[in-house]
Design a protein around this ligand. Sequence first.
Ligand code: NOJ
Length: 747
Amino acid sequence: MRNILLFLLTLLLLTECCGNKPDVCPPDDPARAVNYNKTYPIVDSLLRVMTLDEMIGQLVLYTSDWDVTGPSIRDGYVDDIRAGKCGNIFNAYTADYTRKLQEIAVNETRLGIPLLFGYDVIHGFRTIFPINLGISASWDMPLIKESARVAAREAAAAGLHWTYSPMCDICVEPRWGRISEGAGEDAFLGSAVARAMVYGYQGEDLEDPLTIAACVKHFAAYGAPHAGRDYNTVDMSERWLREFYLPPYKAAVDAGAQTVMASFNEYDGIPATANSHLLTEILRHEWGFDGFVVSDYTGIMEMINHGTSRDLEDASIQALNAGNDMDMQSGGFSDFLKKAVEEGKVSRKTLEEAVRRVLTVKARLGLFQDPFRYCSAEREAAETKTGANLLTARTLAEESCVLLKNDNALPLAKGARIAVIGPLADSADDLLASWRGAGQVEGVKSILDGIRDYSDRIIYVRGCELDGDVKTGFGAAVTAARSAEAVIMVLGESCDWSGEAASRTSIRLPEIQTELLKAVAATGKPVTIVLMNGRPLDLSEESGMADAILEAWFPGTMGGEAVARLLFGDASPSGRLSVTFPRTLGQVPIYYYAKNTGRPYVHPGVKYESRYLDCENEPLYPFGYGLTYTTFSYGKPELSADNFGPKGSITAKATVTNTGSREGTEVVQLYLRDMVGSVTRPVKQLKGFERVTLAPGESRTVEFEITPELISFWRKDLTFGPEAGEFRLFIGPASDCQEYATFTYNE
Ligand code: NOJ
C-alpha cells in the first residue's frame, strides 16, 4: 500500500504546477524567498488519503535527547516517529543523525511523509555570532542578514530545516534574562533586524538546501513580563502592543517567515498559546500569515497552570481552535485530538487546515522532492566554520561592540606592557553565550588570547571570581596594574546569567568586581573595562572609575580577536546601543520613546513635575549612543519642503562630518515627533538610520524620505494611518539629539 502511495506522490510531484499570487516583497529587499507563491498539489493529495492519526502526527513536535532546551524530555521519540505519531523533531542535528531519523519516517511509515527538523539557531549554529542584543547594536542590516545566512548554511548542512529565530520580542526590562536574545527596545530597529534575519535564513528560494525556514517568536509581547521575571504575566493596552511591540513580528511575517511560535505568557488574560485574537485575528486575518504556528515548549500543557484549561485535553482543544497548529512537547495533540475531532470539539476542517499548513512548509522546503536533501555529510564538512564564516563572525563582533566611554585610553599601543585583569578575561566559554546552538568552545580564543596577539608584554591576573567575596587576588591585580602602562579589566556577567529562565533582580556588577575595579583604578593607571553581559547594566559607579568602557556583550566564536582588534585600533568601534542603559534599576522601565506626560520635567527644581527626587530622569547611556575613535559633527536638518500631503513625501537631510583624525563609522539616526495627535505620541521615535564611514575631514549628506506611511500610527479609533499636523524631525548621533526642523502634514 505504501508503495502505491509513494508512486502516487511521485506522479503528482512531476505534474506539480505553480500558481502565482502578487509578491508582497518589501521594497528594501527584493531577495525575498520566491517559492512561497507556488501551490503544492501533493499537499491536497496527501490530505485526501491521510487518516486522522496520520494528520495529528503532523502536528506533533518532540525533542530528541541530544539537547535540553526545556523541562521535559519525552522518551521514545524514535518509536513515535515510526508509529507516525510524530512528524517533526527538534534538537537533533548532524547529517548522519537526521538522515537516520528521516529514514525511519520515510521508509517505515505508511505515507513516508518526511520529518521537519527544527533547532534553536539563535545567533549562529557552529560559528557563533554575538548575542542578538549585540548584533542589533551593529545597526548593520546587510551584515546581520549575512550572519543569518551563514547560520542557515551551517545548520542546513547538518540536516536542519527550521530555526526558532528571529526572536522579535521588544524589551525595556533589563531584569529579564531574555533581553539578550532580542534586538532591544525599539520597534523600528527591531523590525529592520527581524527582516534581515528572515531574509538571511530563508534566502531567495526556500527549496535551496542551504536555506532554512524562520520562526518568528515569541508571539506576542513575551518581552514585557511583570517585574522582569521570565514566563511572568504580561498586560498592556492593545494600543501599546500594536505601536511598540507588534511591529517586529509583523516585519518578519511580511518578509515571508514560514512559522510563528506562540509565547508562554498571557496577553489580556489569555495565554498566547490559545489566544485567538493574537493567533487568528491579528496574525492570520490582519497580516495574512499563511505558514504554521507552533506552541513553545510545553506551552499547551502550561495552560493548565495558567488556569484557563481544566486539563491537557481541554488545553489542546483550545490551542488548536485558537490557531496554534503544532504542539511542541506537551503530547496533548497526540493524546486527545482524535477524540476531540470525533466528538466535534475540533472540526475536521480546523484540523485539516493545520495539517495543510505544516505540509505546505515541508513542500516549500523541497522535502517531498528529496527528504534527504539537507542531510549531506559532505556539505556539512564544507560549510561548517569556514574562513569566510569566521570572518563574518569577527566583523559582526567588532560592529556589535559599543564604546561607552573613552578618555583617551583607547586605542592601546601595540606591544605595550598591559595588565589584563578580571574573571572573564580568560574565559573562551562565556564568549559563546548561553544560547550557543551547536557551537563549541574548542579553538575559541579568549579576550586574553586576543590581546596576547598584540603584545608579548602581558601580565594576566584573574583578581576575583564573578561573584562572592574572596579578595585574595586583589593584591596581585594591583601589583600587575602598577607595573603596566595600561590596564584592561574584563568584567561582567557569567553567560548563564542571561537567556531563558535567567532573570535577575540586580543589574549592577557583582560587588566584588566593582571593588576590584576600585582597587585597580586607585593605582592611577589608565583602566579600560571590557564588559561581557547579556543585559543593560547600571554602570553608574564603574563609569566614574574607568577611563574607557567597551561593551562587548557575549561576542561569539571570534569575540576574543574582535575585541583585541578594537582595543588596539585595527578596527574602530561602530556599535550603537539598541537599548537604554539606566543609571539605576529604579528608573526601569526606561526607554527613549517615552510620552511627554502632562507634567514634563522642564523646570529644574520645580516640585510638581515628572521626575525623581534622588536621580535624574535621563539614563546613563541613551538608546542609539556609542563612541568611536574619531568625532563627528552634524549640520542642521534640512527639508525639501515644509509640508506634504497623502500622495506626497519630502526629503530630510543632514550633513555629517568626520572632525577627528581617524576614519570612523557613524550611525546617522532620524527621529520624529508628532506634536499633536488624537492620542498621546512619544517625544521621539526612530524612523530611519544609515551607517556611514568617513575619512578624516570628509563630509556626507545623508537623506531620508518622509512619507505618510512613516508618520502613521494607531490613531484614537485604532486604525493605522497619519494625522494632519506639525512634526519635529531630528537627525543626529543618538536618541538624545536636539537639533530639529519642523514640517506639517496636510490631509
Ligand atoms: C523554549 C524557548 O522559549 C524557545 O525560545 C525555544 O525556541 C524553545 N524552548 C525550543 O527550544
